[in-house]
Design a protein around this ligand. Structure first.
Ligand SMILES: Nc1c(C(=O)O)ncn1[C@@H]1O[C@H](COP(=O)(O)O)[C@@H](O)[C@H]1O
Length: 161
């Protein structure tokens, strides 16, 4: 059963949002992926976000570009944690997406990640960390991932090599 929902405003966001899925795969976390748009499919978004908790979803990762209202609107329809990924837009390099996602009004929260692939990967990581708060096995996997990352860097700290 999926515990993370990865949604995005358009199929064109997948090359970015795929990085969230890749990170969840690393931790063996079951997720679902879906194109849902606050602008283009508003009723689908309302239905998706308002039913997510009862379907067993624990965290929603929402990526969108430009006028990126998807994460905020998803958060408006559910009390689950929503992680917002600003997709890099062609015209404004994702600064528009970033500002659209992070400037939420007090009382409705979206955890905003960085623009683009790294932000999507970190959304997957943060989702794993949220789940890990209540799952000792997941917590241990995250600790092992971080340890390995540190050791890889320390094993070859010379940038010219
Ligand atoms: N920002 C949103 C929303 C939304 O926020 O609901 N729906 C689609 N979009 C964004 O429009 C961009 C261009 O979409 P197309 O490539 O389909 O034209 C995408 O980055 C998408 O996330």
């Amino acid at each position: 059963m999926s515990v993370v929902g990865i949604i995005m405003g358009s199929k064109s966001d997948w090359p970015t949002m795929e990085h969230a899925a890749i990170m969840l795969d690393k931790f063996g976390i079951a997720y679902e992926t879906k194109v849902v748009s606050a602008h283009r499919t508003p009723q689908l978004l309302a239905d998706y976000a308002s039913s997510a908790a009862e379907r067993g979803i624990k965290v929603i990762i929402a990526g969108a570009g430009g006028a990126a209202h998807l994460p905020g609107m998803a958060a408006a329809f559910t009390s689950l944690p929503v992680l917002g990924v600003p997709v890099k837009s062609k015209t404004l390099n994702g600064v528009d997406s970033l500002l659209s996602i992070c400037q939420m009004p007090k009382g409705v929260a979206v955890g905003t990640l960085a623009i683009g692939d790294a932000g999507a990967a970190n959304a997957g990581l943060l989702a794993a960390q949220i789940l890990g708060c209540h799952q000792p096995e997941m917590f241990a996997k995250i600790e092992a991932f971080r340890k390995e990352q540190t050791e890889t860097i320390l094993a070859n700290p010379n940038p010219a090599e």
